[in-house]
Design a protein around this ligand. Structure first.
Ligand SMILES: Nc1ncnc2c1ncn2[C@@H]1O[C@H](COP(=O)(O)OP(=O)(O)O)[C@@H](O)[C@H]1O
Ligand SMILES: O=C(O)[C@@H](O)C(=O)COP(=O)(O)O
Length: 426
């Protein structure tokens, strides 16, 4: 299997978001969970998205995992390696976007890396290096309250510089609107001045097409699904992409079994989606304090679900509003609370699968990573889109048999996302 585009995603929902974008824009794509075991039979594809859970781990660990994935992708023919980060630039000042981008750059022999989290389809735009989420600057958006990486600065040149050794520059909208020649010239001028990463403005998809074309002529780029769209379209225009492969209909062939939803995202969007789901299905709100105090909250949740699940889908949620999250974190610490709750939701997911769930929706990036790891799912094929950034996934090589999953980024999906997802999974 020789691939064209190699991608490394810093979390699993982000990986499925990118895989969805690449598929929609003409690349046959598979999403692997980590570097796949050599014995795993993967389909013939143009792009592989390696899902890693490295958004919130120490930088040296993130760099080690990403560089191993890069080597694996290059050995399989990838001429460009794309580091998929969150469209809201989720990271801390000690975080990993800078270190991983620099490590991938070094592995590719230096140069300058184009970076943009713009994803206009979901309202993420970048202007003069400032990230907007819908109509709000990043630091005024709900991301200011993220449980693991609250975002307090919308100026991405500054944010990335704080995480980087090298200098960070800006390719502004004037250059991008002037077309590929102007972007190339600006990138070259920054490179000559010693800049090693450049945040690129982008508001409309046509800007990402321009950026994709320029990025493709370099070995590495960093961004969200918007730049993925640009890269995919540039590959298709280059005439190097084959056609055919599995169709959406193949991917969502019915798997039967029971269905469930597990949520650990505390985003405003997920909290509202849970309120809406409560009108049509049983929802169990876990008590995170009991979970952390080591009480039998997990066993109680499994028993609650076991009593109801034969009659229809159930929802188990740890998700809570920012005030409740802050209170828990002040008692147990930010990382310890997040990790303990991820462990709990992953155990609950696995127990539900052991009881016959074959259609599973997980809300939250870290939450999804923990659940998919616990289930030991090796890879996914990409099915139709439920909402922008969230496709139906079909497992590949799964020990429990074929399952359909949806891994929802906390911020994505309309208010009826959960019912809409289950309606596409049979
Ligand atoms: N009630 C809660 N209090 C504190 N942290 C929580 C609570 N519920 C979930 N979490 C943690 O918050 C984090 C949410 O991150 P994630 O799953 O990536 O969601 P998102 O996609 O919204 O970023 C996870 O680490 C999860 O375990
Ligand atoms: O780019 C995005 O916004 C998503 O693909 C993504 O990475 C979301 O992360 P989570 O909100 O942590 O799921």
């Amino acid at each position: 299997m020789a691939i064209l585009l190699g991608s490394i995603a810093d979390d699993y929902t982000g990986a499925s978001d990118l895989a969805n974008t690449l598929t929609k824009n003409g690349l046959r794509t598979v999403q692997t969970v980590g570097i796949p075991d050599p014995s795993l039979a993967l389909p013939d594809v143009d792009a592989v998205v390696v899902s890693l859970k490295i958004r919130s781990v120490p930088a040296p660990d993130a760099v080690a995992a990403a560089t191993s994935a890069e080597q694996w992708l290059r050995q399989r023919g990838a001429s460009h390696v794309f580091y998929k980060i969150c469209s809201t630039f989720d990271s801390t000042d000690g975080g990993n976007i800078g270190p991983v981008t620099e490590a991938l750059r070094d592995a590719a022999g230096g140069g300058i890396v184009l970076v943009t989290p713009a994803f206009p389809e979901t309202g993420r735009t970048v202007y003069l290096g400032h990230l907007f989420v819908g109509g709000q600057p990043l630091n005024e958006s709900p991301l200011k309250d993220h449980p693991l990486n609250p975002m307090h600065d919308a100026n991405l040149v500054r944010v990335l510089a704080r995480q980087s050794h090298g200098a960070v520059g800006l390719i502004d909208l004037n250059a991008i609107a002037a077309g590929p020649g102007a972007v190339k010239a600006r990138l070259e001028a920054l490179r000559t001045a010693g800049v090693t990463a450049a945040i690129a403005d982008a508001i409309f998809e046509r800007h990402l097409e321009t950026l994709g074309e320029i990025a493709l002529a370099t070995p590495v780029s960093t961004g969200a699904s918007g730049l993925g769209l640009g890269l995919a379209r540039a590959f298709v225009r280059s005439g190097r992409v084959s056609s055919g492969g599995s169709t959406s209909a193949d991917v969502i062939r019915p798997v039967g079994g029971l269905s469930a939803i597990v949520a650990g995202s505390c985003s405003k969007a997920t909290l509202h989606q849970l309120d809406v789901a409560e009108r049509s299905m049983p929802v169990l709100r876990l008590d995170p304090e009991k979970l952390l105090a080591g009480a039998d909250e997990i066993a109680a949740a499994i028993s609650w679900a076991g009593d109801r699940i034969a009659a229809g889908p159930v929802v188990v949620a740890a998700s809570a509003a920012p005030e409740t999250v802050s209170r828990l974190q002040s008692l147990y610490g930010r990382e310890a609370s997040g990790h303990a709750i991820e462990t709990a939701t992953s155990i609950i997911s696995a127990e539900l699968v052991a009881r016959g769930v074959r259609r599973l929706v997980v809300a939250g990036g870290e939450t999804s990573g923990a659940a998919v790891d616990k289930l030991s799912i090796p890879a996914f094929l990409i099915g139709p889109e439920i909402a922008p950034g969230v496709p139906v996934l079909r497992t590949v090589g799964n020990a429990q048999g074929d399952m359909l999953l949806a891994l929802k980024s906390g911020n994505f999906g309309g208010e009826d996302f959960f019912a809409a997802a289950l309606a596409m999974m049979h």
